[in-house]
Design a protein around this ligand. Sequence first.
Ligand code: ADP
Ligand code: ASP
Ligand code: MG
Length: 815
Amino acid sequence: MKVLKFGGSSVANAQNIKLVIDIVVNSAKDEKLIVVVSAFSKVTDLLQLASRKAAAGDESFKEILIEIEKKHLEAIKELIPISEQSSLLSHIKRIINHLETLLDGCYLLGELSLRTADTILSFGELLSSYIIAEALKQNLKNSGYKDSRELIKTNSHFGKAAVNFEISNQLIIDYFESNENQVVVLPGFIAASLDGINTTLGRGGSDYSAAIMAGALNANQLEIWTDVNGMYTANPKVVKQAQPIAFISYQEAMELSHFGAKVLYPPTIQPVLRKNIPILIKNTFEPDAEGTYISNQEMTYKNPVKGISHIDNITLITLEGPGMIGVTGSSKRLFEVLSYQEINVIFITQASSEHSICIGILNSDADLAQEVINKAFEVEISQNKIDPCIVERNLCIIALVGENMKNHQGLSGRMFSTLGKNNVNIRAIAQGASERNISAVINERDVKKALNTLHENFFEENTKQLNLFVMGVGNVGEKFIEQIHKQNNYLKENLKINVRVVAISNSRKMHFDEEGIDLNEWQSLLQNGETADQENFISAVKDLNLRNSIFVDITANESISKTYEHYLKRNIAVVTCNKIACASEYNNYKKLKNLSQKFNAPFLFETNVGAGLPIIDTVKNLVASGDKVHKIQAVLSGSLNFIFNNFNEENTFHDVVKEAGVQGFTEPDPKIDLSGIDVARKILILIRESGYQMEIEEITNESFMPAECLETTSNEAFFNSLKDHASHFENIYKEALSKDSRLKYVAQFENGKANVGLRFIPKDHPFYNLEGKDNIVLFFTDRYVDQPLLIKGAGAGAAVTASGIFADVIRIGNN
Ligand code: ADP
Ligand code: ASP
Ligand code: MG
């Protein structure tokens, strides 16, 4: 004989019940079955809501009742042939009328006792089981129905009654001994006290009802049919990558369910564990999936961690003070008052100094617990020996569970460093003496991130997921997204990095997708996105609170550069090609660097100087390895280099600047390049990264541009002014020719001073042959004395800049 239990979603409606019937009919071919069913999905919640409303004098409980009635009548109409519907319909109507009378009673009396609440809640399973039994009869003549209240007897602890196994087991055995049916359907969750009053076994308790039947009858197997493919390595609704666990021990399953794996109601294991009856968790909607097999079978362990679970709505209560030390019995008194109030303690940790004790309970018990604890220690509190208890709400417990964890060192270290790296603040830690679990209390807002990073670390072969929030999709941004799209598989397979773009924004629109934007159609998604708004963007990024989040700024916008600190403070990395922040006041630059360090959030801006060339990284490595930079000489403007390399007798200055813009070599506002500001910013950043403190105003900028051109306020006016001043530029060109030199816009730093300006470069100088839009930097350092360290290559262009940003992202991924 086997016991099968079908949960709420498995019996949510007629369509699902048909699946259940198929499974039952199929299994009944081989052996006798007991089928335990839950209420239709959400019905227990609705009953609870209706009864509370009624007791509060809110008439809308009637609407809920109508909804409940409708659900059941609809199911009957689909499951039972019309000719046979009427008697069942009238039976169900009678039950609903009875329910209505009870709710009216609550309404009139304005009260709802625990005892009445249990009776009202029992209607969910009564209705569902009766309908399912009738529907099953249509398919399997030899099937019957039995009311569990006649078999499972409990004490009168309403809300979560304790089973009297001696009596219940005997009743169950006696009943089934004389029962001839191949299948018997019973309601889960409900029972009766010895004096015949309705009781319930606690929310989620249908699993337990089934286990009680299985235990009493020594069933071959208990099958829990639900809406997922078994017990997973983490709640699959929160961790997408979670996988079903094929085999798990009773103890591990108990531990996971105790710490929140709702798929199994924690007490379920006891009745079957004693008899060594295996539990199989199966998916009603995918009956061919293997499911999870729970038994005491010896296991081979590849991974010492079996699963990660969590419980929401936790409050931590800390009791501390010198009065706790060495005084025997403080803990006893604490637990006594809590148990007296039936407050369930989920988590306990005590400092070895005994100076404080900390417990985790449900938020809903917090007020009462605070009150009774403070009352119990009233005398000590008044004498300042113990402080009034500290109450912290809205926390969450996460737990790593695994039988074999005790044989592995360093697991807790790995757990906490993984959380720490993602800035998940840990409020308390406990490790069961069995070493079957390590649990920690964290803030509720971090739970998704915590579960996902832990899962990634312990179950996903070290694949690291990076979540990008991309601001700016112009020339460079577009290339960047293209590159990510193309490289995605390579990164996954070779570097074990999974890069997902979670948000894209330009100045008009923004689009978010927590699961990662489909990069095949990002343009249209963005076009149809919501209106762009910096504030909303920042809060959406914070609220998502994804692990390894990276804000990528691909704009040249000052206001965006001012948002970095919001990200860094939330442990969100910033990668930027926008130079404004790093070239702003030194204090701001330093502040961002400090925040990056403090919150363990990388702040990378390799593309601020020399686009994709590894210039900043090189300086960082020089400095970190103890070298000292004394002098820098550089051509740092790919745009100016392009312009002066193409400006000759045949092309006017105006046309060359225009062309540079078209090819994406200049900033959106070309004045930023031509005024020398852009170069000044770059050398400033190199100087700062070399360890010197300097402000942009300290850099001498010897502009070659007529003031009038730089004073224009639009790109159009600027280009016109270039035409007006054509002869000015021609003269500069002629002068260079006459000196047999080339024009290069050079940045220089030496003896603590820096300048930028257009220079005539003679033939023998390393800058003379700098082609196209190339950049070159010479570093003179303690180690590179006679021959400077030279970095040279393409220093502008959308593709190389995008690849530089990409490299920064990968640096973070590899970290
Ligand atoms: P039923 O109505 O069938 O009793 P429940 O809702 O009580 O189903 O339990 C199944 C749900 O448990 C899943 O849909 C899932 O959201 C949740 N769950 C939480 N942790 C886990 C886990 N580790 N493995 C599987 N499911 C889990
Ligand atoms: N229907 C009950 C509940 O929702 C019992 C169960 O589904 O297991 O809590
Ligand atoms: Mg359940």
